[in-house]
Ligand binder design. Structure first.
Ligand code: M6R
Length: 613
């Protein structure tokens, strides 16, 4: 939610800021703005609408400043408007601030500041921050070189909620101060320049060396230094980390949209995620975990907790964990889990899945599980992301940066990684048949090639998309693991094509939803489980009888003449079949969205990383 960028260096800041914002637009795109330090004061250029509009603002070309901050917004407090856009300034225009996150106690702080003579011009929670900084600054009698930092620190310690903040001041033309709590912010560093961003890919073309911040670490940046302080303003040492991602991974590379590029990157993403973890002649390896038989035997329950697509990946992983490890596994939505007082203790292992590693509900659920004594394991795609720093253990998908709001390669990488994790547990526990584990390992190793084959359905899917893009409702059906894919297919369709869709366990149809089936309605079914195929076919038969148009995604022998369109995918082990069966559904959503002329990568109302509750 919201993207922030910063630059301090030797070049003009504004083009770098705008370019960074355009890469972060997937995080929010209802308004944008920048502020730079100019000779005659702080510039402030902002408006509602897309980042590209910034380049047309009067006077933007005249900005000479080499220090600046920038923001692209996903509205939470106050509608998209110029007044509510960031950056925000204090009343005296001494400080400019951009903020990503939510200040939960802003009403209280606003009243306090109003009582102290401050006026507010926006409906945002953020506007309290520069004014609070000003308040503390003006109350501080000491005039030492930490005065600016002290004011920011004192203000931040009064904020409740989540924030990643960048602050510049006309009184300190060579400094920028930044801090984060539960919202992402990274600092890229090279000689004489510092680049700041909500995520790594946006600034990967400038540097591979990053500082990753922990909560409430305050940073004072100059062109050639970065000093880190804890909340008592004791200086702390921090090393840079080198990020291995390739800068071109954050470009479209000739594809029309990031989503399509990311769909086609799945063979590589899966190959990278498997890495060296699977070896047919020896046990699976996770150097980061080092779990023992004694520990795994003591676990009486595994929870997988996540949101959206990551939760769907968790649902498909449940199967492998329960069947291969014989440990009961529950999958929960993070926003529900955190408020339902789940039964957890030191014998529970809680696994949290998050592509970004910054999802507010998932982080909160993780913190709760730790408080209750469970061991926590994070699965993320972003090295150093918040969940990985909170969890006891972390493992990574290696899907590379995922830019499109609709998650594709992160999902399939998560599914493969949970399956490898399940094999790793099962091999340590020694309670599964080794031959089937080896067979599953081989099937996992064969996945990249089979994904390539699955992508061959693209033309057929495009044709089907043309037939149904104007529909108002679509249904997805599946049984067993296919039901989890039905959910994911339905979510993909909703989020980027804005078509209403529902997914159902096929056996539930007769218990209500079949009342919605009428002539011409589209029903999409997934059939990959040979034990359930007959049952599912008879459910599809029921909707055909009521006039439904059908698309079937399958790797089973079925009577193709029964259905309008059949997409055949390669056969594989049932546990990992979602990795192949989701591909036609990802493509279908993509082509419907294109057919409707929508913005595939930045669907309305959505943000890539949901860092607020
Ligand atoms: O970064 P996360 O994996 O924690 O994100 C979770 C969901 O917000 C995310 O999967 C969302 O559902 C996607 N837009 C789905 O395509």
């Amino acid at each position: 939610m919201c993207g922030i960028v910063g630059y301090i260096g030797t070049k003009k800041a504004y083009p770098i800021l705008i370019s960074g914002l355009s890469r972060l637009e997937y995080r929010g795109y209802d308004s944008a703005g920048i502020s730079t330090i100019e000779n005659d004061g702080l510039s402030l250029m902002k408006d509602k609408g897309r980042v590209k509009n910034l380049s047309n603002l009067d006077g933007i070309d005249n900005l000479e400043g080499t220090i600046g901050i920038a923001h692209t917004r996903w509205a939470t407090h106050g509608k998209p408007s110029k007044e509510n856009s960031h950056p925000h300034q204090d009343n005296s225009k001494t400080f400019s601030v951009v903020h990503n996150g939510i200040i939960e106690n802003y009403n209280e702080l606003r009243k306090f500041l109003e009582n102290n003579g401050y006026t507010f011009y926006s409906q945002t929670d953020t506007e309290v921050i520069p004014n609070l900084i000003h308040y503390h600054f003006s109350k501080d009698d000491k005039n030492d070189n930490l005065k600016f930092l002290r004011a920011v620190k004192n203000a931040c310690l009064e904020l409740k909620g989540s924030f990643a903040i960048e602050v510049i001041s006309i009184l300190y033309p060579d400094n920028m101060i930044v801090v984060r709590q539960d919202s992402p912010l990274v600092i890229g560093t090279c000689e004489d320049e510092k680049y700041l961003s909500s995520d790594i890919p946006a600034i990967l073309s400038y540097t591979r060396d990053f500082y990753l911040l922990n909560d409430l670490e305050f940073v004072v940046l100059t062109r050639n230094s970065a000093k880190f302080y804890d909340e008592n303003l004791n200086e702390i040492k921090k090393e840079t980390q080198t990020i291995e991602w390739n800068a071109s991974a954050a470009e479209k590379d000739g594809f029309d949209d990031f989503m399509l590029k990311e769909i086609y990157e799945q063979p590589t993403a899966i190959r990278e995620t498997i890495g060296a973890k699977i070896n047919l002649d020896s046990k699976c390896e996770f150097d980061e975990l080092g779990f023992t038989k004694e520990y795994l035997s003591s676990i009486n329950k595994i929870y997988i907790v996540a949101c959206g697509t990551a939760m769907h990946a968790g649902l498909s992983g449940k199967n492998a964990i329960e069947k291969l490890c014989k440990i009961p596994c529950e999958v929960d939505i993070a926003s529900e889990f955190r408020y339902r007082d789940p039964i957890i203790d030191e014998k529970t292992l809680c696994i949290f899945i998050s592509q970004s590693g910054e999802t507010a509900d998932t982080i909160a659920a993780l913190k709760l599980s730790k408080e209750k004594g469970a061991k926590t394991l994070a699965i993320s795609n972003v090295i150093g992301s918040s969940i990985t720093r909170e969890a006891d253990y972390s493992i990574y998908t290696h899907a590379g940066p995922e830019i499109a709001v609709a998650s594709t390669k992160a999902y399939t990488s998560q599914v493969v990684l949970i399956n490898i994790l399940a094999i790793y547990f099962a091999e340590i526990l020694e309670n599964s048949d080794m031959e089937s584990l080896t067979k599953l390992k081989q099937d996992i190793l064969d996945l990249p090639k089979k994904i390539e084959e699955s992508l061959d359905c693209s033309d057929e899917i495009k044709k089907f998309a043309k037939q149904i893009y104007q529909e108002k409702d679509v249904f997805f059906l599946g049984r067993g693991i296919d039901e989890t894919v039905a959910r994911e297919g339905s979510l993909k369709l909703k989020e980027i094509s804005y078509i209403h869709s529902e997914s159902y366990a096929a056996g539930e149809l007769k218990h209500g939803p079949i009342a919605l089936i009428e002539n011409g309605i589209t029903v999409i079914s997934i059939l990959t489980n040979k034990d359930l195929v007959k049952k599912s076919v008879s459910n599809i038969q029921e909707v055909i009888t009521r006039g439904a148009k059908t698309l079937v995604v399958t790797n089973q022998e079925i009577d193709r003449n029964m259905f309008d369109t059949v997409i055949t995918i390669p056969e594989t082990n049932c546990f990992i079949s979602p990795i192949l069966s989701i591909i036609p559904l990802q493509l279908l959503s993509y082509y419907i969205s294109k057919e409707k002329g929508l913005d595939v990568d930045k669907p309305r109302n959505l943000a890539k990383s949901v860092t607020v509750e």
